[in-house]
Design a protein around this ligand. Structure first.
Ligand code: NCD
Length: 295
């Protein structure tokens, strides 16, 4: 049976909890990998990546699958082949699944529909990054259990696929969501379609009510030229420093971090309740759970 994780919308709350629970069990060494058939997985990354690509590769290898990494420079796309022709070529080798990161929104879903193969979306433009939010949830579930926490998400929400998947997932979980961003990094009409009860703030002051603050990277590659000057103004007002963290919320960031734009050096290097590297570690376990879900 073919399956897809192209959006948080593809998963029921039961499936989401199963993936998170399995990831937590892997992290606690309480679950053995299933001895399934060896599968051939293509890991196609057409945008830069460190954590996501390595964690998918490691996850597949830990389960005993074959994983083949392909990036733009190594593929015939760099010789001028069209995306459609590259896809047809890859699919004709009958992979059991394709993991894809692409700047084109919805391309993972289109590949699933057109080629009838199992697909995982590893980030499609500013649309979604479902496995990142699954790993974020696994971290939160490990810390808070089933508590309906209050989570603040701060930064370039408009261009962040991580934010879009997380807002969908946290809405399904009935978390209290507070978005902290200047207007130029928000698309409120779009967000209203996902959740009418989101709170908005335009400053990081007085965030004592938050259990967790999640900072996001400014997506320079997706920001048009007239927004470039906003980076400086964002940094002045929203760069997270120790003064914002008096009530000691947990800190998350999907990485990579732009130091001293989103998070100050001292917070990044010495804040005790940072979960940023735990997120990286949980990424491997969550992707193992996602691959088990697929097969
Ligand atoms: C994120 C991404 O690529 O969307 N990174 C990641 O996968 N950990 C976040 C980002 O690049 O800002």
């Amino acid at each position: 049976m073919i399956k897809k994780i192209t959006s948080i919308d593809d998963l029921s709350i039961k499936e989401i909890n199963k993936i998170a629970d399995d990831a937590i069990k892997f992290s606690l060494n309480k679950k053995k990998t299933k001895k399934s058939k060896v599968r051939n997985i293509f890991n196609l990354f057409l945008e830069p990546s460190t954590r996501t690509t390595v964690s998918f590769e490691l996850a597949a290898k830990k389960i005993g699958h074959n994983i083949i990494n392909i990036n733009f420079d190594k593929s015939s796309l760099s010789k001028g082949e069209t995306f459609k022709d590259t896809m047809a070529t890859l699919v004709s080798m009958n992979p059991d699944a394709l993991i894809i990161r692409d700047q084109r929104e919805f391309s993972p879903r289109d590949i699933y529909n057109n080629h009838k193969i199992s697909v995982i979306n590893a980030g499609d433009g500013k649309n979604e990054h479902p496995t990142q939010s699954l790993l974020d949830y696994a971290i939160l579930k490990k810390k808070f259990g089933n508590k309906k926490i209050t989570i603040g998400i701060c930064g370039d929400i408009k261009h962040s696929r991580v934010a879009h998947s997380n807002i969908k997932l946290f809405t399904k979980l009935n978390y209290n969501i507070e978005l902290i961003a200047p207007d130029y990094f928000l698309d409120k009409n779009n967000l209203l379609k996902i959740n009418k009860n989101i709170k908005y703030r335009n400053s990081l002051n007085n965030i004592d009510n938050l259990d967790v603050i999640m900072m996001l990277r400014i997506q320079k590659e997706r920001i048009n030229k007239n927004l470039k000057s906003s980076v400086a103004s964002f940094k002045n007002k929203y760069c997270l420093n120790m003064k914002h963290l008096k009530s000691k919320p947990f800190l998350m960031h999907p990485g990579p971090v732009n130091r001293n734009i989103e998070i100050s050096d001292d917070v990044l290097d010495s804040y005790r309740r940072s979960l940023i590297l735990d997120q990286v570690e949980m990424g491997v376990y969550t992707r193992m759970a996602c691959l088990e879900f697929l097969f």
